[in-house]
Design a protein around this ligand. Structure first.
Ligand code: FES
Ligand SMILES: [Fe+2]
Length: 448
């Protein structure tokens, strides 16, 4: 009798948990903020993406750089007089050579290495060496241009609609504490053969830390019951707080997803960043359907910091992981302090890079396996096995299915950019990214 009652309790709790998860992640909600969130981010190409660090795009260099963004090959260089960054499609309209293998002339033209056709910063061909002197280049000899800007130490490129770029204004790193220029972040990047979506959901998933990162940023003994609550939608983000009812000593973390591919993590400092008032401990009965309350004030001190991770979608199954870490307990990277002790700055920079690489490598090993399994038909998120700690990941995947992966299957959501033809860059594609979403397989064609 007792055993059966216990089983009933467990079943009830399971149902309640599932109901809460469904409730928290459902999309057909009448909440105007949720509706605005999905409507606002309907075209993931309409965003600024940090593509190369400013310091790598040298005005003094005659060699342009090549990059990929949403699968588009892009050539980048600086216009030599003003030094402004220029981004063009990396494809010569003559015979499709990669313009990034060419050179920047002293007059600021981009010269193709194949037959020497030269293009101005608007992508117009102004010189064809094989034509007689008085002949004009063919009118169709144009290269598509991308809006490009420089901000926060990066060159940002807008791969979507140019008018929308004008409306959006200047690029800016979204930082959990507000304006980025108040405390300039330490920044860096690494290219990975991991789909950007896997990295995004990994950063939105604090439950993996005690296991995947047991020897770096967490430890096995930190494994505890946790959930993300409440989920808060705005027109440009969804965020939630990590709650660990039985471990008030762990720092409270705010996680936020800013479409299309930025994750913001804010590690709260109890002393500086007030938490809600302490609340009574959660009920011990497992049959309660009331979500655990916010933990009481931590007793352990944690240094405050925040991080912005941008998983730039370069091509299928690959990304450029760009990180911005604001560490107010260190003098910021541009502070005069470092001019007195430059070796310390270099050493710290090197240490941070090495430590970040170590942490990232722990994720990388896991995500390679996930990517392989998804390519073989596994589901990225299965509602039947999701738990409350997966709430924000589930929201992200639903957003992804609607907006990025909506190209193939009919009726899975509103027609997104996945079904639109991309125009203006010389390539027409039916999908902004993957060929289709079959409601089961997520990134089905990420592997060659
Ligand atoms: S392919 Fe570029 S000039 Fe011929
Ligand atoms: Fe991780």
């Amino acid at each position: 009798m007792t055993v059966s009652a216990g089983r009933d309790d467990v079943a009830e709790e399971r149902e309640a948990t599932t109901a809460r998860l469904v409730d928290e992640t459902k999309l057909d909600d009448t909440d105007p903020a949720r509706q605005a969130f999905f409507a606002n981010s309907a075209n993931p190409r309409n965003a600024w993406f940090p593509l190369v660090p400013s310091a790598q795009l040298l005005a003094s260099s005659a060699s342009p750089l090549s990059a990929l963004l949403w699968g588009d090959p892009i050539v980048l260089y600086r216009e030599p007089v003003a030094g402004t960054p220029i981004a063009l499609a990396d494809r010569c309209p003559h015979r499709a050579a990669a313009l990034s293998t060419g050179r920047i002339t002293t007059t600021g033209l981009l010269e193709c290495r194949y037959h020497g056709w030269a293009f101005d910063t608007e992508g117009v061909c102004v010189r064809v060496p094989s034509l007689p002197g008085d002949a004009k280049p063919p009118c169709a000899a144009r290269v598509a241009t991308y809006p490009a800007r420089e901000a926060n130490g990066w060159v940002w490129v807008w791969p979507g609609d140019g008018d929308a770029a004008e409306e959006a204004g200047e690029p800016q790193v979204p930082m959990a504490w507000g304006r980025v220029d108040e405390v300039p972040p330490w920044t860096g990047y690494v290219d990975l053969d991991i789909d950007h979506s896997l990295l995004v959901e990994n950063f939105l998933d604090p439950a993996h830390l005690p296991f995947t990162h047991s020897t770096t940023i967490s430890k096995a003994s930190n494994a505890t019951a946790l959930h993300i609550s409440p989920l808060t939608f705005t027109a440009t983000s969804v965020s939630g707080r990590q709650i660990t009812p039985s471990r008030p000593d762990l720092p409270s973390v705010i996680l936020a997803f800013h479409p299309p591919c930025a994750v913001l993590l804010k590690f709260r400092a109890p002393a500086l960043d007030a938490l809600p008032p302490p609340s009574p401990p959660p009920p011990s009965s497992s049959s309660s359907s009331t979500p655990p309350s916010v933990p009481s004030a931590p007793t352990t001190k944690f240094a405050p910091f925040d991080q912005t991770f941008i998983a730039v979608p370069t091509q299928k199954g690959h990304c450029r992981f760009v990180s911005f870490q604001r560490l107010p307990f260190l003098p910021h990277p541009d502070a005069p302090f470092w001019s007195w002790v430059p070796p310390l700055r270099w050493a710290l920079d090197a240490w941070l890079k090495r430590y970040n690489a170590r942490v990232l490598n722990e994720d990388y090993e896991l995500l390679r396996g996930v990517q392989r399994n998804l390519a073989r038909g596994a589901a990225a998120v299965d509602g039947r096995t999701s738990v409350r700690a997966d709430a924000i990941v589930a929201v992200y995947r639903r957003w992804w299915r609607r907006v990025v992966g909506a190209g193939g299957a009919g009726g899975a959501g509103p027609p997104g950019p996945g079904r639109q033809r991309q125009r203006g860059h010389g390539v027409e594609t039916d999908g902004v990214w993957f060929s289709g979403w079959k409601n089961v397989v997520d990134i089905e064609d990420t592997l060659p």
